[in-house]
Write a protein that binds this ligand. Structure first.
Ligand SMILES: Cc1cc2nc3c(=O)[nH]c(=O)nc-3n(C[C@H](O)[C@H](O)[C@H](O)COP(=O)(O)O)c2cc1C
Length: 224
């Protein structure tokens, strides 16, 4: 099987967590002799080639970072340039699967995006082959090669799984995506450790140019 993978983040490939997830998934997918090609929507000058890849392949996987509980604008912009597929015998052959990953750990907050993706292939006259969801991914690029690779390593198994089954099953995805919600005990512990997390976020955002207080609400004045 040949799989065309399309990364849907606006971030450049070197800094992108999605790109690293794609690499890991690809390693597993190619184990049994399958092949892949990877495309990146951040490379806007290549959208013509990416459209050709969409039109010319029967197995497509969109890999997406969760942005504000849904898919990034750059992906919607690209989708607007696609036409629903046509088939000589009228039977929709192309299968589209998705990887949807986010920074926060609970799988529950990826479910809204998952529902949107379940409908999307139908609009393009394609079949849906499941959505793999996973949280806790925002540190992949920041952690450096070794630790980052550990975080994305489980995607290798899922690449193998997808190659074998041609789809992601709901049960397997729910298991992979755990935790769906944090337990009450974990939330309590989290609240106790919150000052340490605030310190970490404070240092990180200062390093990235924050000058206001962490509690600043710059848009408050626009709310009525
Ligand atoms: C503008 C923006 C919005 C985001 N919104 C969410 C969100 O709603 N939920 C979440 O879990 N992560 C969110 N994230 C985190 C990203 O989904 C996460 O860091 C992802 O791994 C980024 O992948 P990329 O590096 O390929 O863009 C957001 C990140 C950005 C930049």
């Amino acid at each position: 099987m040949h799989l065309a993978m399309i990364s849907c983040t606006p971030r450049n490939v070197k800094m992108s967590n999605t790109a690293k997830i794609i690499e890991s998934f690809k390693t597993g997918f190619e184990k049994g002799g399958n092949t892949t090609e990877a495309h990146y929507l951040s490379q806007k000058n290549k959208w013509g080639n990416i459209r050709d890849a969409f039109n010319g392949n029967e197995h497509i996987l969109f890999a997406i970072p969760l942005f504000f509980e849904c898919v990034p604008g750059i992906m919607l912009e690209f989708l607007e340039t696609l036409e629903p597929k046509e088939y000589p015998d009228g039977m929709a052959k192309t299968k589209i699967g998705f990887i949807l990953q986010g920074g926060l750990a609970e799988a529950s907050q990826l479910r809204c995006g998952e529902q949107y993706l379940e409908r999307l292939p139908g609009y393009l006259n394609c079949q849906y082959s499941g959505t793999l969801i996973k949280g806790n991914m925002s540190m992949v690029s920041m952690l450096g090669d070794k630790s980052g690779e550990k975080l994305v390593a489980p995607f290798m198994d899922m690449g193998e799984y997808y190659a074998e089954h041609g789809a992601f099953s709901k049960e397997r995805v729910s298991d992979f995506a755990k935790p769906e919600y944090f337990s009450k005990g974990f939330i309590l512990l989290y609240k106790l450790l919150n000052p340490m997390q605030r310190l970490f976020i404070s240092l990180l955002t200062k390093k990235r140019g924050r000058t206001d207080s962490l509690k600043a609400k710059p848009y408050q004045k626009y709310l009525v």
